[in-house]
Design a protein around this ligand. Structure first.
Ligand SMILES: O=P(O)(O)OP(=O)(O)OP(=O)(O)OC[C@H]1O[C@@H](n2cnc3c(O)ncnc32)[C@H](O)[C@@H]1O
Ligand SMILES: [Mg+2]
Length: 597
């Protein structure tokens, strides 16, 4: 056992690398430690293209060009969390796993390049999130890059999940012949340690959800733990989620990345962790969480059949991972309450846990999973929507299946009641049904198109189906478009009079209102943006004061029923014919019509 304790999860937050966009720092690290690998002395060049996602480390995409070649090669630069960096054995462990797996003919993973010292890593003092601990000694690795797209950005299908199951089964078969002393370590994300989750339950925001997680932990202790000695052991990948599965040409799995959570534990856990993530994939989130997990299990079981004892605990162990993600997510939020993303990202996980643990009958789910592991299993039989009645699965075997994707319901995600009223009116006579999900999405910063697109990404993750979001700006021409997307804050803090005063001293009081609507038909689908603008000028308030800056925006477009009136003075139906919002939504309507024809 290594000396790691559960509180290392706490230290991981302090010691998360904080290089971010500071590519100069990273360039120095690479030039000083990887000049041979990147053949810098013979004219090789490199460029950091961008930062990639990571939970506790920092990853960057590097493009390398050699003087003799016209093609470029991509690499991944991984800056490890300070906790892992303290332990050279862990880094060596991860490198050994990759080397081992790359020998398998049908498995590809990243591989480390050697530093100028001949080691598959280098160490540097670099900034970390906690100023008290910054800079800290961090380990940097230069890794080969697997060409393709993470599954998280693909439209996931049951067939893809089935092959992902087969792929992980191959990885696990290969890891049955692998051992390393550092694999014997404590890790809070290892579901064998579900009991250690108890200390984090207090960070969960509602008593109902605290009770939910406690009941999963209770079940784990009373049913799984007594069987521990009958569960096969092995080194696990431990984190087979859609960000770590790379999809290559023709939607084939091109490789697996990230062995940061790898431990020696119960073999079945590699499969149940991945099943939990399959539930949260783009297919799982569109009302097919159980089907998604069953497709994965089916694929895994064909190549690596589970034993009767392992089968018995599949449901509980899947829920242990969901509970772990949701609870440690709540803990992260408690450490960084300004980060609303953490809450939004955790929400689908909570909903899935509620569904699987509390709403679906345990015996029926067990028999569904048995079906997935039986010789009769096929993806058609398993691709069922999540149940709405408790005995769903019994009926299912004899009834025909129903598809959720036929419905054309689009959810408009906004926290603003007045916007919703207008949008419902504008979208009244369309084929799509607009429902509303009231949610205060974070007020993001940046260009209006970017803000709207990001809101849409958050909304689609929250809803798991077709969504619309919009962001509205009020742009003063004299101020080169400011306050723009920040109008909400200016209005809150300065009021209508303040907005007027901002233009005192300028001869130009003209402005334009802009709405950028973002539409996405579901997880994994592209986001479409529609930009509507209306010209006017800023005046002293006239008309009702019930919607934002309506009383101070005098419209200069349209006929006598709109030009020269403030939005607040106009009839609501007239506002929709000339407004920024009306124009943007009209474009969306035409788009939806062409899409459905
Ligand atoms: O949840 P979301 O959709 O983000 O709703 P929001 O009220 O936060 O809206 P925005 O982020 O788009 O911020 C726009 C600000 O402009 C106001 N606003 C939006 N549309 C308006 C309109 O048509 N007329 C007047 N004020 C408007 C709105 O009340 C906000 O203060
Ligand atoms: Mg907003």
């Amino acid at each position: 056992m290594s000396s790691e304790t559960p509180s290392d999860e706490v230290r991981r937050k302090w010691l998360k690398p904080a290089i971010g966009e500071n590519f100069i720092l990273l360039n120095d690290v690479l030039s000083s430690s990887y000049s041979t690998a990147l053949n810098l002395s013979s004219g090789g060049t490199f460029k950091i293209l961008k930062q990639l996602d990571s939970y506790d480390d920092e990853n960057f995409l590097l493009e390398h060009t050699t003087p003799t070649s016209t093609t470029t090669t991509k690499y991944l630069v991984k800056v490890h969390n300070g906790v892992e960096s303290e332990d050279a054995k862990i880094i060596d462990y991860q490198n050994s796993i990759m080397t081992h797996l790359n020998l398998h003919p049908s498995i590809t993973t990243t591989a480390p390049l050697l530093s100028d010292d001949g080691a598959p890593f280098s160490n540097h003092k670099l900034p970390v999130s906690s100023p008290q601990h910054s800079p800290a000694p961090l380990t940097v690795r230069l890794l080969t890059y697997i060409e393709g797209t993470p599954m998280a950005y693909k439209q996931v299908t049951p067939a893809l999940l089935f092959s992902a199951g087969e792929y992980l089964a191959n990885v696990d078969s290969s890891l049955d012949n692998f051992s390393h002393p550092a694999s014997e370590r404590f890790h809070a994300w290892d579901q064998k340690n579900t009991t250690s989750l108890r200390e984090f339950v207090k960070y969960i925001q509602t008593p109902e959800r605290q009770k939910l997680v406690s009941s999963v932990i209770d079940a784990f202790e009373s049913t799984v733990l007594p069987d521990a000695s009958n569960l096969r052991q092995g080194v696990l990948q431990s984190d087979f989620n859609d960000a770590n599965i790379i999809i290559g040409a023709s939607d084939k799995i091109a490789g697996v990345i990230d062995f940061g959570d790898s431990v020696k534990s119960w073999r079945v856990l590699d499969c149940t962790v991945a099943m939990a993530y399959a539930m949260l994939s783009s297919y799982g989130k569109t009302g097919h969480s159980l089907a998604a997990s069953a497709a994965f299990l089916s694929g895994f079981n064909t190549k690596y059949p589970l034993t009767p004892t392992e089968r018995m605990h599949v449901r509980t162990l899947v829920c242990c991972r969901l509970a772990c993600s949701a609870t440690l997510g709540a803990y992260s939020y408690s450490q960084d309450p300004t980060n609303k993303y953490l809450l939004l990202h955790a929400e689908p996980c909570w909903r899935t846990l509620e569904l699987v643990w509390s709403q679906v009958d345990a015996d029926h789910l067990a028999s569904f999973y048995d079906l997935a592991m039986s010789p009769e299993a096929n993806l058609d039989l398993l691709s069922v929507p999540d149940p709405t009645v408790p005995d769903h699965f019994q009926k299912l075997r004899t009834s025909t299946k129903r598809s959720f994707s036929d419905t054309k319901t689009i959810t408009f995600v906004t926290g603003n009641k007045k916007k919703l009223e207008e949008v419902q009116k504008i979208m009244e006579n369309t084929t799509a049904t607009i429902t509303n999900h009231k949610l205060d999405l974070p007020e993001l910063q940046g260009d209006p198109l970017y803000v709207s697109e990001e809101k849409c990404k958050l909304a689609v993750a929250e809803i798991g189906g077709a969504v619309i979001t919009e962001d509205t700006s009020l742009c003063f021409n004299a101020l080169n478009g400011m306050p723009g997307p920040y109008i909400k804050w200016f209005l809150d803090k300065c009021g209508h009079d303040g907005l007027n005063k901002m233009l005192d001293g300028f001869s130009d009081r003209t402005a334009y209102a802009q709405t950028v609507v973002a539409y996405c038909s579901g997880p994994g689908s592209p986001i479409h943006l529609f930009d509507g603008r209306t010209n006017g000028k800023i005046v002293l308030p006239r008309g009702p004061l019930d919607f934002g800056w309506d009383p101070v925006f005098e419209c200069s477009e349209g006929g006598a029923s709109s030009a020269g009136l403030t939005y607040a003075e106009m009839d609501k139906s007239v506002k929709n014919t000339v407004s920024h919002r009306g124009k943007a939504f009209e474009q969306l309507k035409s788009f939806l019509e062409t899409e459905s024809s």
